[in-house]
Design a protein around this ligand. Structure first.
Ligand code: HEC
Ligand code: HEC
Length: 190
């Protein structure tokens, strides 16, 4: 719970915290890395060197040339949607979650939008913008992202935020559901 790290500030301390939390996981995801000097060796169709290049090369070249996407510049979220489209409409096999993350990190970093924003570190997914705008008004999103609560407990937390902490009630039930889905998906108790 966030109270155990009262002084944690964004950026470096958060990175340290994440690095520490990764050591607790049996299957830590690879952290995104900065581009290294291009090593001698395979050039993967001219794709820029970086973590995830091979995964993108072998996955995306299976059906069409790399030119099909190297001219695109999308946010990481845009690439996320594009992958959904590729799976739903074009018969691409859904990648393993870790491979998907790897490819999205790569595509977002090397074929990203210049004005791509990181939404204060909130992971992409339906509801991210809504959570960002509803929850960053009074306190840092760190207060949110350090929690791990079930959907019911998030529901109670929102009630408490409204009754005791002065948050406006979210009267649009669909919006409230979207926010609760997002919170329990990304900051759940699992
Ligand atoms: C199983 C086949 C398959 C795989 C794998 C695949 N694609 Fe595609 N992709 C397609 C087809 C089919 C089209 C539509 C081609 C057309 O309209 O000419 C397409 C079109 C695209 C487009 C153009 C979409 C637009 O805006 O119109 C992009 C960008 C793209 N793919 C990116 C990717 C990336 C990135 C990957 C790897 C993560 C990938 N594709 C993997 C089949 C695939
Ligand atoms: C109107 C202001 C306001 C808004 C908007 C707001 N909060 Fe809060 N929140 C607070 C206050 C005040 C606290 C108590 C801070 C403290 O104890 O230091 C708090 C505390 C929290 C806590 C810590 C609860 C605990 O058990 O310690 C969480 C989690 C939280 N908010 C989540 C959210 C989420 C999720 C949203 C968006 C849906 C949100 N907040 C929006 C005012 C707000």
């Amino acid at each position: 719970m966030w109270r155990q790290w009262p002084g944690v500030k964004p950026a470096q301390e958060r990175a340290d915290l994440i690095a520490y939390l990764r050591t607790l996981s049996d299957h830590p995801l690879p952290l995104p890395q900065r581009a290294k000097e291009a090593p001698a060796g395979p050039r993967y169709g001219g794709l820029p060197a970086g973590e995830g290049r091979e995964a993108v090369y072998f996955t995306c070249r299976a059906c069409h040339s790399l030119d099909q996407f190297t001219g695109h510049h999308l946010s990481r979220e845009g690439w996320d949607e594009l992958l959904d489209e590729m799976i739903a409409m074009n018969g691409m096999a859904a990648p393993e979650p870790w491979a998907r993350e790897l490819m999205l990190d790569y595509l977002g970093a090397y074929f990203g939008e210049r004005e791509d924003r990181d939404w204060a570190g909130l992971p992409p997914g339906p509801g991210r913008e809504e959570v960002y705008y509803s929850c960053s008004a009074c306190h840092s999103l760190m207060m949110v992202t350090q929690q791990g609560l079930s959907r019911d407990r998030w529901d109670e937390t929102l009630d408490w935020m409204v009754e005791e902490q002065g948050m406006d009630e979210i009267s649009d039930l669909a919006l409230r559901d979207l926010i609760l889905d997002y919170l329990s998906t990304h900051f759940g108790s699992g």
